[in-house]
Each structure stands twice: as structure tokens, then as C-alpha cells.
Design a protein around this ligand. Structure first.
Ligand SMILES: Nc1ncnc2c1ncn2[C@@H]1O[C@H](COP(=O)(O)OP(=O)(O)OP(=O)(O)O)[C@@H](O)[C@H]1O
Ligand SMILES: [Mg+2]
Length: 363
């Protein structure tokens, strides 16, 4: 066997060689399995007869030949006969007038397995939702695009219908993005955090954006010790709470951010974990209050009282706070809604280096 034959035989990915006319001139072992035909049956066939992809395969091979440069089609759907679509990266390289094509499948089973090696079973179940969200977004983009094309030749009522398709598809995309965000939640990277720093950042971003129509007042306890938290995730929590308050708030309405210390509060979970949660943050608004029928399952996913709400905001907040061994509660009457977050203290050495030095001096 020559060197190139050895390389060809040892390739683990399905590989095909094509003539300048895109006719198959060679297929390796994995390609036989991939295309479900023997090499003998494959040679001499035009590739587009056997394989369909998302884009135009002929145009891609043509471009590779013309530019004499390789090309990769990332995460392309590949259709082989009646089998369901496969997601593949398709690598196309110029090779002596013809081209070499490698298919690198990214199928769901492969992805789940990879996920499992680094995550617990529970997290891979979340990974499944995230993956599904990702998979739905692609065909949805196709639907939106097709509706937009259709609408160009329509008028009046018919156009309203295609606009409805586009608007509703956008809503699904937004929902899916939130599901993805939910699934992407990493275990918190905790460190000693000054809550007021995080609150200030959330407040500033709210004021220039979704809460520009309101005033936000601070009622901070300046002596509040550090908490033990993931800054980015906490920021997300406060932003979601501020956003909800701003969404129900009238022009000129008021949001108050209050912090204080309350030593007596403790969290006790069924598994025995938990402890003191003395650091309190309250986001208070003067809006209409949480609808009574929702108050008992407010933190469940998909519970929403807003027309365009996905109902994932508070579910995410609750998940983050629980992973921080904290507590969230709500108290609402018309004119005054209070969301309270209770968090644990940072371990002493981390929140403040000075007391350590003091003890060292004393001994
Ligand atoms: N401060 C508040 N005052 C009155 N009602 C509220 C307040 N915060 C939340 N709600 C109610 O709780 C519902 C659920 O809130 P959540 O943040 O979970 O979802 P959402 O805001 O509807 O959608 P999303 O946050 O996913 O975009 C809201 O739709 C709203 O009806
Ligand atoms: Mg919300």
C-alpha cells in the first residue's frame, strides 16, 4: 500500500473523492456505512443524487475548486435517502482537480454522550432541553424567512397573516433563548461579594434601559457584610426582579432597593443542608401587585401574567438563589410588592482579611 492509500484507509470519518464533475471516484469504509452503500455502488454516482444538504453542495465544491482553498460547512443538515437529517460539519478540500469531502457528524447521540462525561445525569437532562431549543431554532429561522418572502407578493389581509407567522416565530425564538439560558446555567462560581456593588450595576443598567420610566431609590444598610455568591448570576437575579417591577410599573412609578441584616433567618432543606441567611435584599415596587391566582406558583416555569412573558424569569431567579443556599419570598398587595432575597454570609476569612490579621497579632 502506498502512503496515501494507508492514510485513506485509516481515516475514521466518512470521506469521498470527487471528480471535477462531482462524480464519486473513491469512498472509504466509513463512507460506505454513512451512505449505506458499498464503495463499488458509490463510485461513478453523482454526489447530489445521493446526498442533499442545507445549502447547495454543487456550489460549495465549485467554489473550493475555483479558489483552490478548503471550505467547511458548519452544522449543516445532511439528508441521505429517506433517513432523518443528520447534523454534520462538511469539510471540502481541493485535491488534484477534484475535491475531497469529509463528513463529521454532530448527531444528538454524540452530543449527549459528550455532555454526560462532564455533567451529572440531572444536568444532562437540562442539556437535552437546551439542545432541543437549539434544534428548533434552525427550522424556525427557515419558516420566518419563507413567510417574509411570501409576504412580498401579498397585500392586505394575506400579508397580515404572514406577519403573524413572523411575529409568533420571533416569540418562539425568544422563548427558546430563555430555555437555553436556563439550561446553560453553570454551578455558581462563588466568592465574597459586596451586594451593593452588584445592586448598583443592576440599577444602572435598569435605569438606562427597561426602567427608564421609573425612579429607583436605594435604602442600603452600608455596614452589610459580604455574601458568598456568583456575581454574574446575582446580577441576573436582580435584573430579572427589577425588570418585572418595571414592566408593571406606571410612568413615574417607584422601585425601592432595600438591604438589611436579619440574623434570625435560617434555611433548612429536607436533605439537612442550609444555614443562616442573614443578608436581605428587597426589591419593592408600587405597582398593581401580583395577581392573586398566581401568587402560589409564581416561581414555577412558564407561569406568566404578561401577554409576551415567557414565565421563566422568576423560575431562573429561584433556581439561582437555591443554588446559593439562599431563599426567595414574595409579599404583594396592590400598591406594594416586595420580592425578598435572603443570602448567606461569606466564610469569614474571605469576606474580610483584617480580623484574621488581628487574631494573628493577638497570638
Ligand atoms: N413586581 C411584580 N408585580 C406584579 N406582578 C409581577 C411582578 N413580578 C412578577 N409578576 C408576575 O409574575 C409573572 C411571572 O414573572 P416571570 O419573571 O417569571 O415571567 P415573565 O416576566 O412573565 O416572563 P419573562 O421574565 O420570562 O420574560 C409575571 O408575568 C407577572 O404577571
Ligand atoms: Mg420576568
Amino acid at each position: 500500500m502506498t502512503m496515501s492509500e494507508t492514510v485513506w484507509q485509516s481515516l475514521a470519518l466518512p470521506a469521498l473523492l470527487l471528480s471535477p464533475e462531482d462524480v464519486i471516484t473513491a469512498a472509504n469504509g466509513p463512507a460506505e456505512g454513512f451512505l449505506n452503500r458499498s464503495a463499488k455502488a458509490l463510485v461513478g454516482k453523482a454526489l447530489p443524487e445521493l446526498v442533499e444538504i442545507d445549502g447547495d453542495l454543487g456550489a460549495a465544491t465549485g467554489r473550493v475548486r475555483r479558489n483552490d482553498a478548503p471550505l467547511t460547512l458548519h452544522e449543516t443538515s445532511v439528508r441521505i435517502g429517506p433517513a432523518p437529517d443528520l447534523r454534520c460539519d462538511v469539510h471540502i478540500s481541493p485535491l488534484g482537480g477534484g475535491v475531497l469531502i469529509l463528513f463529521s457528524p454532530q448527531d444528538i447521540a454524540g452530543r449527549v454522550d459528550r455532555g454526560r462525561s462532564s455533567r451529572s445525569a440531572a444536568r444532562s437532562a437540562i442539556g437535552m432541553a437546551e439542545m432541543l431549543a437549539h434544534e428548533i431554532k434552525n427550522p424556525l429561522a427557515g419558516i420566518t424567512g419563507a413567510a417574509q418572502l411570501l409576504s412580498m407578493n401579498l397585500s392586505g389581509e394575506d400579508r397580515e397573516l404572514t406577519e403573524l407567522i413572523v411575529a409568533e416565530s420571533r416569540r418562539i425564538v425568544k422563548l427558546l433563548e430563555q430555555v437555553e439560558q436556563f439550561g446553560n446555567l453553570r454551578p455558581p462560581q462563588r466568592k465574597a461579594v459586596n451586594l451593593h456593588d452588584v445592586l448598583d450595576r443592576a440599577r444602572r443598567s435598569a435605569m438606562v434601559g427597561f426602567a427608564a420610566h421609573m425612579t429607583i431609590e436605594e435604602a442600603y444598610d452600608p455596614s452589610l457584610p459580604h455574601t458568598w455568591a456568583d456575581t454574574d448570576q446575582l446580577q441576573q437575579v436582580f435584573l430579572n426582579l427589577l425588570k418585572n417591577a418595571a414592566q408593571v410599573g406606571a410612568q413615574g412609578g417607584k422601585i425601592t432597593i432595600r438591604t438589611f441584616y436579619e440574623l434570625s433567618l435560617r434555611v433548612r432543606r429536607p436533605d439537612g443542608s442550609g444555614g443562616a441567611v442573614p443578608l436581605q435584599v428587597e426589591i419593592i415596587d408600587d405597582g398593581p401587585g401580583v395577581p392573586e391566582e398566581m401568587i402560589n406558583n409564581l416561581f414555577e416555569p412558564f407561569v406568566s401574567g404578561r401577554e409576551n412573558g415567557t414565565g421563566l424569569g422568576l423560575a431562573l431567579v429561584s433556581k439561582i438563589i437555591h443554588e446559593h443556599n439562599g431563599w426567595i419570598s414574595v409579599d404583594s398587595i396592590p400598591g406594594r410588592t416586595v420580592f425578598r432575597i435572603s443570602l448567606p454570609l461569606a466564610p469569614r476569612e474571605d469576606s474580610n482579611k483584617k480580623p484574621l490579621q488581628d487574631t494573628e497579632l493577638r497570638t
